[in-house]
Design a binder for this molecule. Structure first.
Ligand SMILES: Cc1cc2nc3c(=O)[nH]c(=O)nc-3n(C[C@H](O)[C@H](O)[C@H](O)COP(=O)(O)O)c2cc1C
Length: 209
């Protein structure tokens, strides 16, 4: 049981990383390994809505990072997706990364049933809008959402400021405790023979008749 901590910031060791690091420390205390996955600071191409992934299960754009994440994700049982707030939203790179990573696997739904959470870092505001944005990827992918004690956000412009956000840091630790607990419950359920539900084939109604 391992957790992948996705850092959607252009800063590898900035504020978002500081929040994720606090999660990693608590997970470790709970006996759960975790790894960081940094999306980097190079441009990430946006989804071109070509639809080829619906047939192939793979994004047609080959810019490595999305493909690397999707391949790597198979080895992980839980996920935390973090982003700084840019203009009251996730960063442009994180948005395109999430769009392509989670839409391209729609055919096989490999993330379904794996617990996930999102966390955001901001100087002052726009955090709840960004959480709402990121949480939609979790729900879409069929991932049980891991709760905490408050909204999953930290405040600061530098890591040392984030570390002074005592409530934010505690929120990260509570999230990690809940992630560990959910992973252990899911593992116990699996051992007891409880499988993922067998879902109906998706119905699509576009409100055009
Ligand atoms: C282009 C840009 C836009 C930003 N927009 C916001 C914003 O809307 N609200 C806010 O509180 N902080 C905003 N910030 C500040 C960052 O969210 C904040 O410093 C964050 O903690 C940085 O995290 P990082 O070190 O992981 O990149 C913005 C920063 C940049 C570079």
């Amino acid at each position: 049981m391992k957790v992948l901590l996705v850092n959607g910031s252009p800063h590898q060791h900035g504020c978002t990383f500081t929040a994720l690091e606090e999660i990693a420390k608590t997970l470790s205390k709970e006996g759960i390994e975790s790894d960081f996955f940094w999306i980097g600071n190079k441009p990430i191409a946006g989804c071109t809505a070509c639809g080829s992934c619906l047939a192939t299960g793979k994004c047609v754009i080959s810019d490595d990072i999305v493909e690397e994440f999707v391949n790597k994700s198979k080895d992980y049982s839980g996920f935390v997706f973090g982003s700084p707030v840019h203009f009251a939203s996730a960063t442009g790179a994180m948005t395109t990364f999430m769009d392509r990573a989670l839409f391209s696997v729609k055919k096989d739904k490999p993330f379904a049933g794996k617990p996930a959470a999102t966390v955001v870092s901001c100087r002052r505001a726009g955090s709840t809008a960004t959480l709402d944005q990121l949480n939609k990827y979790i729900v879409y992918s069929g991932m049980p959402m891991v709760p905490s004690q408050y909204w999953n956000m930290v405040h600061g412009s530098k890591p040392e400021e984030v570390r002074q956000d005592l409530e934010g840091m505690q929120t990260m630790r509570t999230l990690a405790l809940n992630m560990a607990w959910m992973l252990k419950c899911f593992e116990a359920g699996k051992k007891a023979g409880i499988a993922l539900p067998k879902y109906e084939s998706p119905v699509r109604t576009n409100f055009i008749r």
